[in-house]
Design a protein. Sequence first.
Length: 214
Amino acid sequence: MKYTNSVIFIMEIMGTIAFSASGAMVGIHKGMDLFGICVLGVVTAVGGGMTRDVILGIVPKALTNPVYTLIAAAAALVLFCILYIKRDMWQGDRRLMYDQVMFIMDSIGLGAFTVVGVTTGIDSGYADKTFLLVFLGTLTGVGGGLLRDMMAQDPPYILVRHIYACASIAGALCYVLLYRNISEMTALVISPVVVIMIRVLARHYRWNLPRMKE
């Protein structure tokens, strides 16, 4: 149990940094000031988890243990400083670099937070509620990005780009099945990899869900 707690904590930190960076990237791309960039980074990092905790009827972890909020703010600030000093990295046609960084950060954060969402549901006493666990994992994974895009007045990334929410659903379901049939550690290791691999394959092969064409 001690090892699994350490792994979960590491995943929370990784997800916090990754999602904060993705939020900060959006803020920078939108021309926000330093405060706006940090706010967007923090909201992206902790927004999904806070929504999950409210649904579970517990005080959000981001408020009772502000280390996550502080790490998110620090990550956004560091990214801003790096790009502010190295302005040549952001001048000219850098859309490709922006998309690549966003993809990497979002994929890591999505995998980590999907797992964290499911484990939070299990720890709250709902280990036998498959639908609820998958919902909590998906909400934790995509909730922050949804809030980020709404605040930045962008079409929500989860609704228009590649296989995103579906990857989180698959990872959450994988975690539940592995947790029940093999072991918690196996679920912790494999499930985020499943999420990231689905995202990578979806991007490489241009997988998208069907949509209506005008």
